[in-house]
Write a protein that binds this ligand. Structure first.
Ligand code: AMP
Ligand code: MG
Length: 335
């Protein structure tokens, strides 16, 4: 049995977990909550620096209390990117220090792949098309020929940031996504808004601005509803085309925006129409969490991928399609 300690801290959640092949053994999370406005990168990094050592101490205590010894830990995984540079550097520093003190290898995990792998672990999905929608990221991914390929992605901001930005302008507090969902439920009219899909990519910045403008003439409820309808239809359209293109028969939803019930409903209808299975992990595994980094680190470590400390620099724009997926042997492609 392999045991890996993983640390996530690309944006607002600092979260560390210890997992083995069977389950999450311990997990501790400290969330940065801005007092006003959105995520301030420097403040988020300061939050992570302030809490890093007590998060790790509490994690190791929980692990010991459950009858395990830190000597069982085989590797330290950390989210190497994409994310906010200052946050990534803080987490990487803690991970290096831990790896040195426990004398075990370091594993650098791509955050987007972390979302995919925890979803495959915690749902029956085997080889899905993944819709990963969070604050900073929006991507449609699927495994093909040794890599997680990006079939479609945002050309500007992530859907979560687009919702949060609009919500802030409407006087709602951060994070705005859940509040937009609430108001949307009480809408009575659809208001026309931009629908931007270019090839397999989508864009949310213009939609967010148009939604803010249309608040002058329409109720907040109607604007929230219309924003969601357009944004989610764009995401579902690209997910559906990725399914058709790859011939896969499963869809996995990942990322914090995946909590949205309207998005789930639209994806579910599309999957039913195509005869595909639709999977949504438990909420604690959907947003950013330490377990996803620890578990992906475990898959990487078990398939021989570790990271020398001297090349463990972070990458704020780390793309998932640059990672060799050493832990999946695709028999169809080997033949
Ligand atoms: P993550 O970056 O994966 O931690 O996700 C955070 C993002 O998810 C933020 O932009 C939130 O506004 C968004 N979010 C959380 N819950 C919901 C929801 N119910 N509907 C839409 N967006 C949501
Ligand atoms: Mg994320």
């Amino acid at each position: 049995m392999t045991t890996v300690l993983g640390i996530e801290g690309t944006a607002w959640n600092l979260s560390a977990a210890i997992v083995d092949e069977d389950d999450v053994i311990a997990e501790v999370t400290e969330t940065y909550r801005p007092k006003t406005g959105g995520i301030h990168p420097r403040e988020a990094a300061q939050h992570h620096a302030l809490h890093a050592s007590n998060v790790i101490e509490r994690l190791l205590k929980e692990y010991r209390d459950k009858g395990h010894s830190p000597e069982n830990i085989d590797a330290i995984a950390f989210s190497q990117g994409p994310g906010l540079g200052a946050c990534l550097r803080t987490v990487a520093t803690s991970a290096r220090a831990l790896a040195l003190s426990l004398d075990v290898p370091l594993v650098g995990v791509n955050h987007c792949i972390g979302h995919v792998e925890i979803g495959r672990w915690k749902t029956p999905a085997v080889d899905p098309v993944v819709l990963y929608v969070s604050g900073g990221n929006s991507q449609v991914l699927a495994h093909r020929a040794g890599k997680y390929r990006i079939f479609g992605e945002t050309l500007d901001i992530g859907i979560g940031n687009a919702l949060d930005k609009f919500a802030r302008g409407a006087g709602l507090t951060h994070p705005g996504g859940p509040k937009v969902e609430e108001y949307a439920r009480k809408a009575t009219n659809y208001v026309k808004m931009p629908y931007v899909v270019k090839g397999m990519d989508f864009s949310f910045s213009g939609l967010s601005t148009a939604a803010t403008d249309s608040l002058k003439d329409n109720s907040l409820e109607d604007v929230c509803y219309s924003f969601q309808e357009n944004a989610f239809a764009m995401l579902v359209e690209v997910t559906e085309r990725a399914l058709a293109h790859t011939g896969k028969s499963e869809v996995l939803l990942a990322g914090g925006v995946g909590a949205n019930m309207r998005l789930r409903e639209m994806l579910n209808v599309m999957c039913e129409d195509r005869g595909a299975s639709f999977y949504v992990p438990e909420k604690r595994f959907m947003g950013d969490n330490g377990a996803m980094i620890a578990y992906t680190g475990l898959l990487m470590f078990n398939s021989g991928t570790t990271l020398p400390i001297e090349s463990s620099h972070v990458d704020p724009s780390f793309r998932p399609d640059t990672v060799d997926v050493t832990w999946i042997i695709d028999e169809k492609e080997v033949l």
